[in-house]
Design a protein around this ligand. Sequence first.
Ligand code: TRH
Length: 352
Amino acid sequence: MLWDLFCRVVDNFGDIGVCWRAAADLASRGERVRLWIDDPSALAWMAPSGCAGVAVQPWQDGSAEMQASDVVIEAFGCDPSPGFVARMATAPQPPVWINLEYLSAEDYVERNHALPSPQLSGPGRGLTKWFFYPGFTRSTGGLLREPGLLTRQQHFDATAWLADWGVQTQPGERIVSLFCYDNPSLPALIDTLADRPTLLLATAGAATAQATSLLGPSLRRGALRAVLLPALPQTEFDALLWAADLNFVRGEDSFVRAQWAAKPFVWHIYPQDDGAHAVKMTAFAERFLAGVPAGPAGEMRRLWAAWNGLGGELPPLPALAPWRRHCEDWRDGLLAQPDLITQLMGFVDERR
Ligand code: TRH
């Protein structure tokens, strides 16, 4: 099938990161994708080799002669232009129209997933738009997980991968990746990590800028040394999370990838002015920590709250070994759920 996927870059890299992953995943399963995007600049480093089957298009109506597609996905309610929607409505066989929503562990996701929104007026009158919610339970649309991800991870050699990026590890070093927004708790984290041999891999952008200003040109504090990474292609970013013993991730997409990596992770949630992120973080913590004894669960909650500026000083890091076992169990639970693209393709088939 031919899929139109619309992406508007609001800020940062999550919008384009999710859309690129979805497009590449669809293409790897034999689908053809037109990715309409208002600012494709990040793809230069995120996906430098492109992907067979994915055509990146500037955000615009497309010409009137453009071949009609079978499926239209608007990511995060980004609203394709009225001209495009009018053409959808007048196509001999209108495409299946889907709004791919943001990820949340909140209960409303299960209630709203797969609901129709009949278009009663406007250029799309007569069409139905369907809500598709990613999520963590079987009653949701699931999570992006491309075929072969786990196999690639199983055959991954962290030392060789780090060496390819010019990073030599030292025996016994704890490896920590850092991808975050501006974070006032970072000085405390660096102090905490400096107590034993630690290699801090700071990703390009906010993490690198803060690490540089806190550590100075030596990029060292106590037993900690930092390495500043360039902006990595998305597949290499995934590998970074596999290489580390502890991952600090943020937003939406890296947060999910950290869960597939099944290594201990700390989430810097995307902050929202109305404080909605606190509710969202609590909802995820409820699911993620269900069944974890009160002691370690409390440690984790305190760490996440402090890292997100939602209360308290940054506590000591929980022990990594049991935390890792919990992350592996959590990952195994998620694997029982069909991945997002498998579900999306099934959903579209049922509606065509
Ligand atoms: O960049 P993010 O914070 O993105 C978002 C956006 O802010 C978005 O508007 C908001 O709605 C959402 O968060 C919740 O974090 P995220 O989602 O993890 O996206 C980052 C992407 O960048 C992800 O696909 C991984 C990729 N990436 C690379 O490919 N290479 C890199 O070196 C790095 C650091 C990231």
